[in-house]
Ligand binder design. Structure first.
Ligand SMILES: C[S@@+](CC[C@H](N)C(=O)[O-])C[C@H]1O[C@@H](n2cnc3c(N)ncnc32)[C@H](O)[C@@H]1O
Length: 370
């Protein structure tokens, strides 16, 4: 069986067999089928999140099980458990085979064990929890936010409003984005002369778990990093630095990046998933602040949902970024800004773009002083 975790994209589960249309069926009916397939997109998180809620993945991590065995462990209804497991099988989340007695046996592939484990480095447990607590309700508000522009009481565009509490539960749920980004970024930095023999400093602004710092520290043994974030988040980053063996070169600092100074001597100022939370005004302000502490040949790296209108409008990334912008709007403010937007803000801060890297769900923009 092809396991989705090893394929290019998870969305390989067509639910409309378009080859089965009789010829006479007209365009409108075909279009309705296509749109219906979008509308039932909600089924995927429904089934996966219910299984996570019930502890089904934790139980299947122990070993394969029949619906009856799982229902006993989870204290759930047998028929309903079978329905749920078959739903997971339809989305290629679990494998399904026949046991000796003819009953279906469900197996969670090994590469998905960590994906559902609450403490896994690249676990989606935080993302699932966040969606249950925030996203399901937020999407209901999208129409209203489109009507009002999701503005503050004073009429200004607002920053994205995820609370510290909500972010604390989500925080590890986006770690999985990091490895392709840090690998591409490290390659680009080497091309810019980041070879061994010189110690350098990284400033990770709004570092979250610090995963980007931690992976870059592993790429560059002479690098030291400072991660700035809120009081509830920094201990998470410090703990993870220890788990990844870079605690001696990572310093987490409780700093409000708006009101406090960021220090100086920065060779690489890194912003990952920070700009999409901003307004154009606050984005410009961040770059003005970053350039102040940057060394003469320092680099600014922004990994985000950056729409490249010149680089293939219909690209997979651009599609994802535009929908990410809609999800930002559903939860408050924020946006997926374009390369052109960034170029303007860079110019205002005396910076120029020197690179744009494609990664699976982000682009990484590199800049230096003009
Ligand atoms: C979307 S997360 C990105 C975290 C990390 N860079 C990543 O991509 O995994 C945004 C981070 O910015 C932090 N943050 C937001 N406003 C901040 C502020 N004013 N000062 C310091 N950190 C802030 C949040 O606590 C959160 O960890």
């Amino acid at each position: 069986m092809t396991v989705p975790a090893t394929t290019a994209s998870a969305n390989l589960t067509p639910l409309v067999d378009t080859t089965a249309f009789p010829e006479a069926v007209d365009g409108e009916v075909r279009a309705a089928h296509r749109l219906y397939e979008h509308l039932i997109g909600i089924w995927a998180p429904g089934v996966i999140e219910a299984a996570q809620d019930l502890g089904a993945f934790a139980a299947l991590t122990v070993g394969p099980a029949t619906a009856a065995q799982l229902a006993e462990v989870l204290d759930t209804d047998l028929r309903a458990t079978r329905v749920l497991l078959d739903g997971l099988y339809a989305y290629d989340v679990v494998e399904r085979s026949r046991g000796e007695d003819g009953q279906a046996v469900y197996t969670l592939p090994a590469e998905l064990h960590g994906v559902f484990a609450p403490d896994g480095l690249f676990s989606l447990a935080g993302k699932i929890g966040h969606d249950r607590n925030v996203a399901w309700n937020a999407w209901r508000r999208l129409a209203e936010n489109v009507r009002s522009g999701a503005r503050t009481a004073e009429g200004a565009q607002q920053l994205n409003q995820i609370s510290e509490e909500d972010y604390t539960s989500l925080v590890r749920g986006i770690n999985f984005w990091a490895p392709p980004i840090t690998r591409s970024l490290a390659g680009a930095l080497r091309e810019l002369g980041w070879t061994t023999g010189r110690s350098r400093t990284l400033l990770d602004v709004g570092c979250g778990t610090g995963i980007y710092s931690h992976l870059l520290l592993r790429e560059f043994p002479e690098l030291t990093a400072r991660g700035l974030d809120a009081e509830r988040i920094i201990p998470i980053a410090a703990r993870q630095a220890g788990q990844l063996g870079v605690a001696e070169r990572f310093q987490g600092e409780v700093v409000d990046f708006w009101s406090e100074d960021w220090g100086s001597g920065t060779d690489l100022a890194l912003f990952v998933n920070i700009f999409h939370l901003q307004t154009p005004e606050s984005a410009r302000e961040l770059l003005l602040k970053a350039v102040k502490g940057l060394t003469e040949d320092g680099v600014i790296a922004i990994a985000d949902h950056i729409v490249d209108e010149d680089g293939g409008e219909g690209s997979v990334q651009n599609k994802f970024f535009r929908l990410f912008a809609a999800s930002m709007l559903a939860t408050g403010g924020g946006d997926a800004f374009t390369v052109h937007d960034y170029d303007q803000w860079l110019a205002d801060a005396g910076l120029r773009r020197i690179g744009l890297l494609d990664t699976p769900m982000h682009r990484v923009l590199l800049a230096r002083r003009s």
